[in-house]
Write a protein of this length. Structure first.
Length: 603
């Protein structure tokens, strides 16, 4: 396996090695457009040369404010090949959040998706002194010395390249492995976001580790819809460049299910919330089909779990179990796999904990979900389950070249080439996160089993300590509740400094509306449905079922259903779909305080 010192060197090698192979597929009207590696390299070269022509210097930052689309990837690679560094901004970011990242990073160029994103920056132009140019992906902006279209940037880049054909390759190949490649601001569940500095060798390492695993092959096809502003998405850009497989890029989430049937990918990555939503839909569809259909569904998954348990032990279903599984597959499982296009070899889950019960559900249907683990500070991938050695509830074993150990207080520590250079303009935070010998303090609590499999039990800062001195891991309970009840949207377990644990629940709007149609409550508004007697009893039963598996001090004594689901739009979720615990607890403080008024329970 060749060793490269930078992302541009890796990308140029890919374009030269397999120039005519399909690199990217993307929406083009009602059809798909495509780029070979050679064609992609030509556009990247034009963008890089255009940036050089307008004065970009090594390690200067260029921000990208856009949803997931092919132009995001081309701009990112163009920035890298020009010697700059990409700063990522979530397209859902408020104007003041965009301003903070642009000013803190001192970005000199910003790529924006459309007129709507452009307006966020126009309104704050006087407060962005370092920002000299804005490049718009969509449309032709009004003539302005500050704003230009991507087409114009590429045209200027081609003219510049024609005058000096050696300059592009000279700049791209001169980039060192320790040069800044990406400045990703952690969305964070509390406080101001921190800019994580990831150098070129971090991304080269991610590509090398992916290839070394042998999990991905040149004939694979990835469906990429995740936010590229997130480190997980950035990793998914690098892997195909290293291995050489094709990627369909489309960030339009409403088209996700239909596109899977059309594209027929061999693998896809997603956060746990997507798998939870699919699980909810599948279970609800079976229940709404009537008593017989639901009975068949439950029987099929009972058979599937038997087969799954055997496969986990290295066995293969035979005899009557094999016969029953074939029937279950024809009646139920094949239909579920068809939703993903019918060619999926595996799914990759990351960015938040995935319930072991969720993994088991899909595994029973013949869909393997490989849960992994990593942080923005580790350039995403650090630990991953493998095909053939999957362990439910564990996030796997370290990637080649990454070390993992557990500190005396239970915190997971990581070390390797993927670990960040540090936090931008935050030396004290950097010293707090990195030990003198470059171990990254992850902030997660975990354990390693005798075979080296890592299990994450909770976030160090999220651990609840009750007034009785007992420690409770809320994420474990939250995952169990969501697996127990397919109608749940989000769960937040509360109880730090309290004398018992309580919970705030949200109900998935789509799932509960489907339930209402099957229970003669169709047409009722969402606010009324979540207070329906049967819905409240269903949630109570789910809480009771989970409580039976918990220690007494962990059990949920009180809960309430919130009037709306938690979302990025209402500020309760981060862009990577993690619950902002402090914001939720602050917004619903009166409700939470009410749980404990007049209580004398002692744990």
């Amino acid at each position: 396996m060749a060793r490269f010192k930078s992302l541009p060197e890796l990308f140029l090698h890919r374009a030269e090695s397999t120039p005519d192979a399909l690199a990217y597929q993307f929406p083009a009207g009602d059809d798909w457009g495509s780029l070979t590696w050679q064609q992609a390299a030509a556009r990247v070269r034009a963008i890089a040369a255009g940036l050089t022509e307008i004065g970009l210097r090594p390690e200067q930052r260029c921000a990208i404010l856009s949803s997931t689309r092919i132009e995001w990837i081309l701009a990112d690679l163009g920035i890298a090949c020009a010697g700059g560094a990409t700063t990522t901004i979530y397209p859902s970011g408020l104007p003041e959040e965009c301003r903070y990242i642009l000013t803190d990073s001192r970005s000199v160029v910003a790529f924006v998706e459309d007129a709507q994103q452009l307006e966020k920056l126009r309104a704050q132009r006087e407060q962005l002194p370092d920002l000299s140019r804005v490049v718009v992906f969509e449309g032709e902006p009004e003539p302005d010395e500050w704003v230009m279209s991507l087409a114009e940037l590429e045209a200027r880049g081609r003219q510049y390249h024609d005058k000096d054909k050696d300059r592009f390759a000279t700049i791209a190949r001169a980039i060192s492995r320790d040069q800044l490649a990406t400045l990703i601001y952690t969305s964070g569940t509390t406080g101001r976001p921190k800019g994580v500095e990831l150098v070129h060798d971090c991304w080269v390492y991610q590509g090398e580790a992916a290839e070394a695993l042998g999990l991905l092959h040149p004939d694979d096809h990835q469906y990429l819809w995740l936010p590229l502003s997130h480190v997980f998405g950035k990793m998914l850009i690098v892997c195909p460049i290293q291995v050489g497989f094709a990627t369909t890029v489309d960030g339009r989430i409403p088209q996700l299910v239909d596109n899977l049937g059309r594209v027929k990918p061999t693998w896809m990555a997603a956060p746990p919330r997507i798998f939870e939503k699919i699980y909810n839909k599948v279970v609800m569809a079976a229940k709404s089909g009537g008593v017989v259909k639901y009975a068949i569904f439950r029987w099929a998954f009972g058979v599937g779990r038997e087969a799954s348990a055997l496969r986990q032990q290295g066995g293969t279903p035979g005899g009557m179990l094999a016969l029953r599984y074939r029937v279950a597959d024809r009646l139920v499982f094949s239909k579920l796999r068809a939703r993903f296009g019918g060619r999926i070899r595996f799914m990759l889950s990351g960015s938040a904990p995935l319930s072991g019960q969720m993994t088991e559900f899909f595994h029973a249907a013949g869909i393997v979900i490989l849960e992994g683990y990593g942080l923005t500070e580790s350039s995403a991938g650090a630990v991953l389950n493998r095909l053939g050695s999957l362990r439910f509830g564990a996030v796997g074993t370290p990637l080649p070249g990454t070390e993992v150990k557990i500190d005396v207080d239970g915190e997971v520590l990581l070390r390797g080439r993927g670990v960040m250079r540090g936090y931008h303009n935050m030396p004290e935070a950097t010293r707090a996160a990195l030990t003198e010998d470059r171990w990254l303090r992850t902030g997660d609590i975990g354990e390693l089993d005798p075979d080296g499999y890592l299990r994450i039990t909770d976030r160090k800062k999220d651990l609840i300590k009750t007034s009785g001195g007992k420690y409770v891991a809320p994420q474990k309970i939250e995952a169990q509740l969501k697996a127990q009840c397919p109608y749940l949207g989000q769960v937040l377990v509360h109880g730090n400094g309290r004398n018992f644990c309580s919970a705030l629940l949200t109900v998935d709007r789509e799932a509960i509306e489907q339930w209402s149609r099957a229970h003669d409550a169709g047409g009722s508004p969402y606010e009324k449905l979540i207070q329906h007697e049967d819905v409240q009893q269903m949630l109570q039963d789910a809480v009771a079922a989970v409580n039976e598996k918990l220690a007494s001090y962990e059990t949920i004594k009180r809960f309430a259903v919130l009037p709306e689901d938690l979302s990025v739009e209402n500020g309760m979720l981060t862009p990577s779909l993690k619950v902002r615990r402090d914001k939720v607890e602050q917004r619903y403080s009166s409700l939470l305080n009410g749980f404990y008024e007049g209580t004398l329970d002692s744990l």
